[in-house]
Design a protein around this ligand. Structure first.
Ligand SMILES: [Zn+2]
Length: 250
């Protein structure tokens, strides 16, 4: 992993240096083009959370829907969501934030005890700058969350979702070392950014279909309504709501 991170870092430096030398050495536009290419490459995992330029990302789940819940655990929402899932006979993946997991270990144990999956959603959820973290901070964000969940439940997560879905060129070597899959989504309602319930409901119902990975959030004022509506939708359409087997990337 160290070498994989190092060569990526070196490649960025070499391309940047090459572009600068060209720009100031008489080939201005060629140098600028090289810089634009580099920026476009580095931003591909940020501008497009489904981009596979840096490595695999899973965006479909086979059959039924895969309900994924980000940003917990939450002392108000997690117990309520767990009861809802039980009532519908559904299973979900909770992509939890390491700092919150450490603060609420009992909620993590309860998610695990009820047969749901725990996913890694970074240690501190740096939503504004995860995309531009260097290799060391990227490594710490992923591994510290991984160890925290493993310490609480006895099992290391096998799935990772980047904060806001924005990932960078250094993420995949760390995921490979930790045996983690990068998980995206194919349906969401923007409930994590303050959208009202009706528009969240409309967006999810318009985008979800058989095989969708559905993204919703805990720690929002409408978490219960959103999860209930997703479970109702699955029931109406005859879709199972379960956790797919690890490993078969789509
Ligand atoms: Zn998040």
């Amino acid at each position: 992993m160290i070498w994989s991170l190092l060569w990526r870092w070196l490649l960025i430096l070499v391309v940047f240096a090459g572009g600068t030398v060209l720009a100031f050495g008489g080939n201005f536009w060629m140098g600028v083009s090289l810089h634009i290419f580099l920026v476009g490459y580095l931003l591909s995992g940020t501008l497009n959370p489904s981009s596979r330029l840096f490595g695999k990302v899973r965006t479909r789940c086979g059959s039924g829907i895969w309900l994924t819940l980000d940003d917990g655990p939450d002392p108000d929402d997690t117990p309520m969501v767990l009861d809802l899932l039980d009532r519908y006979g559904a299973k979900a993946t909770f992509f939890v934030i390491g700092q919150k997991a450490e603060k609420y270990p009992d909620l993590i144990r309860e998610i695990h005890r009820r047969g749901h999956q725990l996913g890694n959603h970074s240690w501190s959820h740096p939503r504004a700058f995860f995309w531009c973290l260097g290799p060391i901070r990227t490594y710490r964000e992923i591994v510290k969350c991984q160890r925290t969940i493993e310490r609480i439940t006895g099992a290391a997560p096998t799935v990772f979702r980047a904060p806001v879905g924005h990932y960078n060129v250094f993420v995949h070597p760390v995921l490979k070392r930790e045996k983690l899959e990068l998980i995206g989504w194919s349906s969401r309602g923007f409930d994590g950014v303050g959208a009202d319930f009706e528009s969240v409901r409309e967006r999810i119902r318009a985008s979800a279909n058989d095989g969708s990975i559905v993204l919703a959030h805990e720690a929002t004022p409408i978490a219960g309504k959103v999860v209930t509506d997703i479970l109702d939708l699955a029931q109406e359409r005859g879709w199972t709501c379960s956790i797919p087997a690890h490993g078969s990337l789509q």
